[in-house]
Design a protein around this ligand. Structure first.
Ligand SMILES: NC(=O)c1ccc[n+]([C@@H]2O[C@H](COP(=O)([O-])OP(=O)(O)OC[C@H]3O[C@@H](n4cnc5c(N)ncnc54)[C@H](OP(=O)(O)O)[C@@H]3O)[C@@H](O)[C@H]2O)c1
Length: 367
C-alpha cells in the first residue's frame, strides 16, 4: 500500500520521563482553508527541541520545529500557491503544551501555508530542512517588534547622512539565527557587526557581517562601542543571552534610544542599564496561537503575528527565489529517529558550532 494511503504515521514524542520516544499516531488532516498536509522528508534540530521538554514538559507531545517536505493535500485557500507535490520548508511549534500534535519530528504534519517557503529545485531536502523557518522567523520578529527596524530586503533602510549604514550588533553571529540575521540585516540596508569565536569568524563574515569581534575578549563591549560604532549603536540582537553576552551588548549600546533583543529570557538583575529597551521575540508566536508556556515565555493568541509572519514570508520567498538567501551550513546526522535523539545529545553537549544538524526521515533505518 502506498504510504500516502496509510492512516497512521511514526513520530517522535516526549515520554513521561521527558526523553524522546517513537510512537504511532493518526496522520493529521486539513483543519482550515490555509492548511496543507506535508509529507516530511527531513528535519533540522534547534536548541528548543531539548530545552522546551525540560522547561515545559508535555508528555505525548510530538517534538520538532523545522522541516522540509512535500505537500500532499491543500486547503481551499492554499491550493493555488501550494498544490500537491510542491516542495516546501517551514516551522511548526513542536513540544507544544497547547497542542501536542503540531511537531515536525513526524512523517506527516499539517501547517498554515502562509508561513511556508517554496523550496527551489537546486536545494537538496537537507538544505531545505536547514533553512526551515525558525531562523528567518526569529530575525523577522526581532527586527520588526524588538528592535523596531524599518528596513526590509524589498525596501532597504537609507544610508545615514554621512553615507554609512546603521550598525546592528549580532551577538553570537555563528549561531543559526546569527548567520540568518547577518544576511537579512545586510540586505535590509544595515551594517551587521557580529561577535564570534576566532574559529567561526570566517563563517560569520561569509554570511554578511561587516566585522567580527571575538566575544571571548574581556573588552568585547568596549571594542564594539569605541572602534566599530563610535558610541552610536542603537540595536543589538543577542543570540546567546548569557550574563556575559548581556554585559557586552549593554556596554556596546549607545546612550540614546537603545534597543536590545534577547532570544532567551534576561532576568532583571542582568540589566545594568534600565534605559535600554529589552524585548524577547518568541518565534512560535508567528502562528498567531496562544503559547501555553510558563512565565515570561507565555504569549496570548494574536492573529497580527501571523500577518507579520506572512509578510516576512513573502520577503524571504523573494530572496530564496533570487538565490540571495541561504541556510546555515547543514551537517547530516544519520539514523532517522535515532539520528534526531543523537543530534539533540550532541547539541546539549555543546558539540555543534557553526552548523545546523539535519536528519533525513525518508530513509529506511529506524530505532
Ligand atoms: N526566542 C526564540 O523564539 C528563539 C528562536 C531561536 C533560537 N532561540 C535561542 O537562541 C539561542 C541560539 O539558537 P541557535 O539555534 O541560533 O544557535 P546554535 O546554532 O545552536 O548556536 C551555536 C553557536 O553558539 C555559539 N555559542 C555557544 N555558546 C556560546 C557562548 N557561551 N558565548 C557565545 N557564543 C556561544 C557558538 O558560536 P562560536 O562558534 O562563535 O563559538 C556556536 O557556533 C538558543 O538559546 C535558542 O534556544 C530562541
Amino acid at each position: 500500500m502506498s504510504p500516502f494511503l496509510q492512516e497512521t504515521m511514526d513520530c517522535l514524542v516526549q515520554s513521561a520521563s521527558g526523553q524522546p520516544q517513537t510512537e504511532v499516531r493518526v496522520k493529521p488532516g486539513l483543519k482550515a482553508p490555509h492548511d496543507v498536509v506535508v509529507h516530511v522528508s527531513a528535519v533540522a534540530l534547534n536548541p528548543t527541541d531539548f530545552k522546551s521538554p525540560a522547561s515545559n514538559p508535555t508528555p505525548g507531545a510530538i517534538m520538532g520545529c523545522d522541516f522540509m517536505g512535500t505537500v500532499i493535500s491543500a486547503g481551499t485557500a492554499a491550493d493555488k500557491d501550494f498544490p500537491p507535490a510542491t516542495r516546501v520548508c517551514g516551522f511548526v511549534h513542536g513540544s507544544n503544551p497547547g497542542n501536542p500534535e503540531t511537531g515536525s519530528f513526524a512523517e506527516y504534519l499539517v501547517t498554515d501555508s502562509r508561513l511556508l517557503i517554496r523550496v527551489p529545485d537546486s536545494w537538496t531536502d537537507l538544505e531545505g530542512a536547514a533553512f526551515g523557518g525558525v531562523g528567518w522567523g526569529t530575525v523577522a520578529l526581532a527586527m520588526e517588534l524588538s528592535l523596531q527596524l524599518q528596513g526590509r530586503p524589498s525596501k532597504p533602510a537609507p544610508p545615514r547622512d554621512d553615507g554609512s549604514r546603521i550598525p546592528v550588533l549580532v551577538y553570537g553571529g555563528a549561531t543559526a539565527t546569527g548567520t540568518m540575521a547577518c544576511q537579512i540585516l545586510s540586505m535590509s540596508g544595515y551594517q551587521p557587526i557580529a561577535t564570534a569565536s576566532s574559529s567561526s569568524s570566517t563563517l560569520v563574515l561569509d554570511y554578511g557581517a561587516a566585522a567580527v569581534v571575538p566575544y571571548a575578549s574581556p573588552t568585547c563591549g568596549e571594542t564594539l562601542r569605541d572602534k566599530h560604532t563610535g558610541g552610536n549603536l542603537r540595536h543589538a540582537l543577542d543570540c546567546i543571552s548569557s550574563p556575559e553576552s548581556v554585559k557586552c551588548c549593554f556596554t556596546a549600546l549607545g546612550r540614546i534610544g537603545a534597543r536590545y533583543a534577547g532570544l532567551d529570557y534576561v532576568p532583571d538583575d542582568w540589566r545594568t542599564r534600565k534605559a535600554i529597551k529589552v524585548h524577547m521575540p518568541l518565534t512560535y508566536a508567528l502562528h498567531g496561537h496562544e503559547i501555553k508556556f510558563k512565565g515570561p515565555y507565555h504569549r496570548d493568541a494574536d492573529p497580527s503575528m501571523l500577518e507579520l509572519g506572512s509578510r516576512w514570508r513573502d520577503e524571504m520567498q523573494g530572496l530564496v527565489d533570487a538565490g540571495r538567501l541561504r541556510p546555515h551550513p547543514a551537517r547530516e546526522v544519520r539514523g532517522k529517529w535515532k539520528g534526531i535523539v543523537d543530534g539533540l545529545e550532541m547539541m546539549k553537549a555543546g558539540e555543534v558550532r557553526g552548523q545546523k544538524l539535519v536528519v533525513a526521515l525518508d530513509g529506511k533505518d529506524s530505532v
